[in-house]
Design a protein around this ligand. Structure first.
Ligand SMILES: Nc1nc2c(c(=O)[nH]1)N[C@H]1C(S)=C(S)[C@@H](COP(=O)(O)OP(=O)(O)OC[C@H]3O[C@@H](n4cnc5c(N)ncnc54)[C@H](O)[C@@H]3O)O[C@H]1N2
Ligand code: MOO
Length: 405
């Protein structure tokens, strides 16, 4: 059994980001930028006012307050100034208006009195440069604004629009084929007969693939029949960047996945991991003439084991393939609200609810931890990690919790 951290390191070493594709800005939300983008110009492009008011020469208003100035022109936002500001003059400005040459300070409208069409009285001495956004004060031409690996959300999309980036270079999303193995499985449309169960892994795993930035390709249920399974595995390897199957990796007579991976030319580099749940995790690498190598993940069939091994190993791998920057998972130090138990032989992952308080996070474990029982996994947002050698964490003690993505 490989230690968890070693298994993770081997998996991350084996994967690389896919290439770039260009997408329209309107479809880029959630995507990962594949090139660092620099500012093509200064922001703001000219000095602008940050208030409605009057642009002045600071030297004029420094002489004593109140101070009467001639209004030279009105500059609405979006219009270029017509003239330079001369000594003794003020210019009417609004938020976002460009300051004319000569104006270096803005006085808020509230501290002025318009005496006539041609004259304004300044009632309060401003600070020099007050309410002016100097040219290039937000960003200068050539400044790197968005780094390669940045995830694009509202703020980033707004910046890209300001940069007039109508199409953006993003990493290609990994296509992830998902298949469920087992003669006992039936599709959701079918009422299960005695001993049969609905294939729930397919749905859970597809959702986690999307959360990790991948595109799920659901290939359905494959019976425990070596020839059929082999053909489906081959088809999956052809159609996707990564393949996930669940079930058939333990030691039972119908557990064919490992043998078939070898038959198909895969190099198995993980056969079992010291993790509970999820011990029989199997990972193989397939060389690919047309691009990066492909990984095949044989996840354990137990529903909780399949999801936990996905979170722990596949989520980071898919994030890396999709171009995200590490860390790929978030670990939070919390106080356990109940005693936590483990056998000390494998690294245990106990699901529960993480409450993020301002002072100290708290972890409320689920009432039982059975890798076949999917039901009490709902609503869980954290996995408490008990390292090998730890058999108990008493209530009130600190525990490291993996925050579920
Ligand atoms: N003698 C041993 N038996 C088992 C061992 C072992 O070391 N020695 N390991 C146990 C552990 S740990 C796990 S985890 C499971 C994993 O076994 P498999 O990956 O071979 O999974 P299956 O036997 O095919 O299924 C296990 C369980 O999960 C249900 N299942 C499978 N696929 C789905 C699906 N798509 N949707 C919902 N449920 C699914 C299946 O019906 C079984 O109940 O092996 C232990 N046994
Ligand atoms: O490791 Mo298995 O995943 O305990 O149920």
């Amino acid at each position: 059994m490989l230690p968890v951290a070693e298994a993770e390191a081997l998996i991350l070493q084996a994967v690389q980001p896919l290439g770039t594709e260009w997408v329209e800005l309107g479809s880029a939300q959630g995507r990962i930028l594949s090139q660092t983008l620099c500012s093509p110009q200064d922001f703001p492009a000219q000095p602008t006012s940050s208030m409605d008011g009057y642009g002045v020469r600071f030297a004029d208003v420094q002489q004593g307050i109140p101070c009467d100035l001639q209004v030279s022109e009105t500059i609405p936002a979006g219009r270029a100034p017509a003239t330079e500001l001369q000594p003794g003059q003020a210019v009417r400005l609004y938020t976002g208006s460009v300051l004319p040459v000569g104006a270096d300070t803005v006085v808020m409208q509230e501290y002025t009195q318009r005496l006539s069409e041609a004259q304004v009285r300044i009632l309060k001495e401003p600070q020099q440069g007050e309410f002016v956004r100097p040219q290039g004060s937000f960003a200068q031409q050539g400044d790197p604004l968005l780094e390669r690996g940045q995830r694009l959300e509202g703020a980033e999309l707004a910046v890209l629009a300001a940069l007039r980036q109508a199409v953006v270079p993003v990493f290609r999303q990994p296509r992830v084929a998902i298949l469920s193995t087992g003669d006992e499985l039936v599709p959701i449309q079918q009422v299960p007969g005695p001993g049969q169960i609905v294939d729930s892994n397919q749905y859970g795993l597809a959702a986690l693939v999307q959360t990790a930035g991948g595109i799920p390709v659901k290939l359905g249920i494959v019976p425990d029949h070596p020839q059929v399974l082999r053909e489906t595995m081959q088809q999956a390897l052809g159609a996707a960047d990564v393949v996930i199957s669940s079930g058939g990796v333990s030691v039972g007579d119908f557990d064919y996945v490992e043998q078939l991976l070898e038959d198909l030319g895969g190099a198995i580099f993980i056969r079992s991991v010291a993790i509970k749940p999820g011990k029989p995790l199997t990972v193989a690498r397939f060389s690919n003439l047309h691009g990066p190598d492909k990984l095949y993940f044989g996840l354990p069939g137990n529903p909780v084991s399949a999801l936990v091994t996905f979170w722990r190993f596949l989520h980071p791998a898919l994030r890396k393939i999709g171009g995200s920057l590490p860390p790929y998972l978030e670990v939070i130090s919390a106080t356990s609200l109940k005693d936590l138990h483990a056998d000390g032989k494998r690294e245990h992952y106990l699901w529960g609810r993480l409450h993020l308080k301002s002072d100290q996070a708290q972890f409320q474990p689920a009432n039982s931890h059975n890798s076949g029982n999917l039901m009490n996994l709902t609503g869980c947002n954290g996995l408490a990690v008990l390292p090998i050698g730890t058999t108990q964490i008493p209530a009130g003690s600190p525990v490291q919790v993996l925050r579920l993505p």
